[in-house]
Unconditional design. Structure first.
Length: 148
């Protein structure tokens, strides 16, 4: 199962991104955060937030593809498995900081309408994403070793 390393990283990224999105939806529903990850992806895809259901689906799909890509890069870049889950959390934080900084640097509206609770919530969910990414990759690799 999942013999290809790149595929393991991509699928782990999508799975971790799914959990990240669920947490994000809950935080937005509770008014702790004011921006969905689906909206982030939608702004990068079409240039603005569209409130329609179809647009939210497209945005969510875009976020999951991005999450998969981030997982693919992680499994390729981080070869050393020592402190792997810590490195995963750090990776999530680096990706969060980079995407957040990019939106500020290029003045990407409406992504610059974030408040402090949203920024903190996004940082925490990014750390959770990275930790889960490393955990899922480790689980895939453990299963692969067991079957061989």
């Amino acid at each position: 199962m999942l013999a290809d390393r790149t595929l393991r990283g991509f699928i782990a990224g999508i799975l971790a991104g799914t959990v990240m999105s669920v947490i994000n939806i809950i935080l937005v529903s509770l008014n702790i955060s004011n921006l969905l990850y689906a909206d982030w992806a939608l702004v990068y895809l079409i240039g603005h937030i569209d409130p329609s259901f179809f647009a939210k689906v497209v945005g969510q799909f875009g976020h999951l593809l991005f999450s998969g890509f981030v997982g693919l890069v992680f499994i390729r870049v981080v070869a050393d498995r020592q402190y792997f889950k810590f490195k995963g959390g750090l990776w999530g934080l680096i990706v969060w900081f980079t995407t957040n900084s990019t939106s500020v640097l290029f003045q990407t509206e409406p992504l610059n309408q974030k408040d402090i609770p949203t920024i903190l919530a996004n940082g925490i969910t990014a750390i959770i994403y990275g930790w889960l990414l490393a955990t899922i990759i480790s689980w895939f690799e453990h299963r692969k070793r067991r079957t061989h």
